[in-house]
Design a protein around this ligand. Structure first.
Ligand code: MN
Length: 254
């Protein structure tokens, strides 16, 4: 039985951690599927992530409509979360961000954003770069403000972990809140490292086999270790979750 109040506290913590780690700034958001109703999700009202409090958490249907009494205006791009959760039963948590080191990779003609270091392996290869202009023309403000746009973005994401959004940012998905926070932080770090590597010369990316091995072997222990440290950094209480070592646990995770 999931403690809903604790889950909301964790969602507040996730907002603070992502803001502290250069993933979210005054904008961007993180959601989690409702533990008792897979057709609903939880997300803060439209507020800067570092400022989010537990009373800001709202409940939505997957079509983006508001379920709970409104503590305030909802994020205009909440549809991204609904569409991903609708299409991907394996996904529990979604982050949409404008990570500063990611955006340059969304505007270069030749797609070159791939995982280059083991902690960022779930980022993968052949990452799609969704362009809102392809289907919705050049008169949009680039924001994903309805389900039709969000479903189109989700189609581009497919079964991957990350989809870039041209001139905007990206969407990152996870099987848990801790996982999506972990992957979002390491997606941004991967981008920082890749920019440096590309400036130095030809880059060796992780192989498909290395990506698969690292992703499969990412144990709850690893996510928990990051989460505890990030809680400390933002001065939020750490509530440990039970974890297992994962099917492919290896010493590289330690
Ligand atoms: Mn956005």
């Amino acid at each position: 039985m999931v403690d809903l109040n604790q889950l909301k506290e964790d969602l507040v913590t996730a907002n603070r951690i992502l803001a502290d780690n250069n993933v979210l700034d005054s904008f961007g958001h993180v959601s989690i599927r409702h533990p008792d109703n897979p057709g609903h999700f939880l997300m803060a009202r439209a507020r800067a992530p570092m400022c989010v409090e537990i009373d800001d958490i709202m409940e939505f249907k997957l079509d983006g409509s508001v379920v709970s009494p409104e503590p305030g205006k909802p994020y205009s791009e909440r549809f991204i979360h609904g569409a991903v959760l609708e299409a991907r039963p394996d996904v529990t948590s979604v982050v949409h961000n404008h990570s500063p080191n990611i955006v340059p990779f969304t505007v270069v003609k030749k797609q070159c954003f791939c995982a280059v270091m083991h902690m960022a392996a779930p980022v993968g290869r052949n990452i799609p770069n969704w362009d809102i202009r392809d289907k919705f023309g050049d008169a949009t403000n680039l924001l994903v403000t309805n389900m039709e746009m969000a479903r189109d973005l989700t189609k581009s994401l497919g079964m991957r972990t990350v989809a870039l959004m041209r001139g905007h940012g990206c969407v990152v998905v996870g099987r848990s809140l801790r996982e999506v926070v972990f992957t979002s932080i390491y997606t941004e770090i991967n981008a920082q490292m890749l920019v440096k590597a590309l400036a130095m010369g030809e880059v060796t990316y992780l192989s498909d086999g290395e990506i698969a091995a690292n992703t499969k072997g990412r144990a709850g222990f690893t996510l928990e270790r990051g989460w505890e440290n990030w809680c400390r950094q933002v001065d939020r209480p750490y509530h440990p979750l039970a974890w297992d070592m994962g099917p492919g646990f290896s010493c590289s995770d330690k």
